[in-house]
Design a binder for this molecule. Structure first.
Ligand code: DAH
Length: 345
């Protein structure tokens, strides 16, 4: 049994321990030596042992030991609580929000899209808004898809328009994205509204020609599609790509796969049509070829040309990027000179 004095001593010690609840681990250790250390009151009690009658000593010793144990336990709990709180504070302080954007701490430069890709994305966006779907086709083609099915038979002079890289007599690198007109019409029934961007290849090399460049092909096939639809669509496209003041001009032309065929000019984006170096003083810049899909091509692809009609167009992406950004030489796109590329960031 603890006597009142000892009980009081335990309570006093506990209050002292409680008093450093919000203190540091150091404060807590100081209190430990105060309540349990050599010079503590509990320890002092043991020293009083001598003044106690011999027969009461065992009971007294047990009481003091119990008191010491009670204070030690209380202290251990306080210490554990403080450690837990310190850990919680540390976790809270070091919390990392992994949803925040990455911060560049080194000098590495961030990459960006190539100007041809930028123009491609922009054109795709415009036509997607007009309801076109984007399809892709192979870069290595057969003679059939690249020429025959597009009404360009073997030995036809129109083949001279496209200097072809042949792999075998029958297999070649596509010279234009038009073979995808055929591939699409073979697979899908009208209504068709497709756009096909991709690389094309020609044995051609100067300031405005590269052996590899990019085109975008467009094809619409449905009932009652007319030349007016083609003209309206391309005008809307030109105004979206450059600005609302851009005018379109349609000149008669020839492509074996369209009838009639047109060449489409836009008012020069540099001078607004007044005439400058870029448009060679004419005020106009030729940007694409187009026309009404030749009924022969529709029939070759299994589409009834009595019931359906269509229009198609094809344009070179580098050419459009050169006009849009005032780039004088097509080679700049492929030299990977960062001083050039950085300007499109
Ligand atoms: N394929 C042609 C070329 O590369 C461009 C072209 C002209 C595509 C008229 C067409 C079109 O779809 O109707 O020169």
């Amino acid at each position: 049994m603890l006597n009142d004095k000892i009980r009081e001593l335990i309570e006093k010690s506990k209050l002292k321990i409680d008093s450093v609840e919000n203190g540091t681990a150091n404060d807590l250790q100081k209190i430990k030596s105060e309540v349990l250390g050599k010079n503590s009151e509990i320890n002092g009690l043991m020293k009083n042992m001598r003044d106690i009658p011999a027969e009461e000593r065992p009971a007294f010793g047990q009481m003091v030991n119990e008191a010491r144990k009670a204070v030690e336990e209380y202290f251990a709990q306080a210490e554990a609580k403080m450690k837990q709180k310190a850990l919680r504070d540390k976790i809270e302080k070091e919390k990392v929000d992994i949803t925040l954007p990455y911060q560049f701490s080194c000098n590495a430069e961030r990459g960006h899209l190539h100007p041809v890709t930028l123009v491609e994305n922009e054109i795709i966006d415009i036509f997607k808004g007009l309801g076109f779907e984007v399809l892709a086709g192979p870069e290595i083609e057969t003679d059939y898809y690249c020429f025959e099915a597009l009404n360009i038979p073997k030995n036809h002079p129109a083949r001279d328009m496209q200097d072809t890289f042949y792999i075998t007599d029958n297999i070649l690198l596509r010279t234009h994205t038009s073979p995808n007109q055929v591939r699409t019409m073979e697979k899908k029934k009208p209504p068709i509204k497709m756009l096909c961007p991709g690389k094309v290849f020609r044995s051609d090399d100067d300031a405005s020609h590269s052996p590899m460049f990019h085109q975008i092909e467009g094809l619409v096939v449905d009932k009652n599609v007319t030349l007016c639809d083609l003209m309206g669509t391309l005008e809307a496209f030109a105004q979206a790509l450059f600005d609302e003041k851009t005018k379109t001009r349609f000149r008669p032309s020839f492509f074996p796969f369209t009838e009639p065929s047109v060449e489409v000019d836009l008012t020069c984006s540099n001078c607004g049509g007044k005439g400058c170096k870029l448009c060679k003083g004419t005020g106009w810049i030729e940007v694409l070829g187009a026309g009404m899909v030749n009924p022969k091509v529709l029939e070759t692809c299994g589409i009834d040309s009595q019931k359906y009609s269509g229009y198609a167009f094809g344009m070179g992406l580098e050419r459009i990027a050169m006009i849009k950004y005032g780039i004088p030489n097509i080679k700049l796109f492929f030299e990977n000179d960062v001083r050039f590329l950085k300007q499109f960031r």
